[in-house]
Write a protein that binds this ligand. Sequence first.
Ligand code: NAD
Length: 271
Amino acid sequence: MEKIQQAARIIASSSDVLVFSGAGVSAESGIPTFRGEGGLWERYPTNIYANLPGLAGVFLLSKDRIASFFSDALRPLVEAKPNPAHEALARLEEAGKISAIVTQNIDDLHLAAGSREVLEVHGSAYRVRCSRCGAREGRSRKDINDVLDKLDVPTISRRQMISALNEFSGNCLCGGRYRPDVVFFGESLPMETIEEAADRASRCDCLLSVGTSVLVYPAATVPAIAASFGASVIDINPCETTLSSTADVFVKMKAGKAMPAIADEVLRLSN
Ligand code: NAD
């Protein structure tokens, strides 16, 4: 409990706390992490499935394989609900104790928990983006479930599959085609979002890293920028990360247990 109290004291005495979150914060919502056991990428190699040309190739070779990939990647996301870690972070924002969350996640669970200042540096599964003009449009859990239900029918033809996917993504008013608004491997991060994240990192006086290995670049520069500008660093993770040894406090616990305890203590200290 000493580590929880240390982390809470730093957060309570800081004026600008920036959160940096990753797949681990959603693990207890049932979404496997990127590197963890049973993760998606054990079954679907990233060099093929984590980029659009690779996915197009799989589609041509095996429509069943692409349907099972979409189902395995997206069903856990649409079925997930915010867990106590997301809720604790939302409570801290509501109380004015954290200024924003920079998340690498695409699952929208911070927003679903009630957090408002969320910078999604890897995009969102719940948006599409025009490949021509960059306009964005939202897609609901129901939209995703509906397209997955269509793709899951074993007798579906390739033509029907393309039409279901086209219907889901749709066309932009400019005439361009929409694509998923997620950052695939090798693609650039959304410039405005990552610039804002870097700017906030340079101004914050505490960086709270939750559930991330801090290995995926360029997003992982966010905590490095904060530390280089003198921010205190708190790392919450059941395993060591690239931040743990230099962090001011390393809370070696799952986020769903650590974050509610930290939030309770911060709010107690602030009252
Ligand atoms: P990662 O898989 O590299 O690391 C996950 C980290 O979470 C690990 O350090 C692990 O020890 C930790 N972890 C596991 N369970 C935890 C728990 N209950 N509480 C706290 N920490 C826990 O993931 P990453 O660092 O986010 O980078 C991988 C990339 O893949 C990122 O872009 C990430 O957003 C993306 N991704 C996103 C989702 C999602 O949207 N939920 C899921 C998988 C991968």
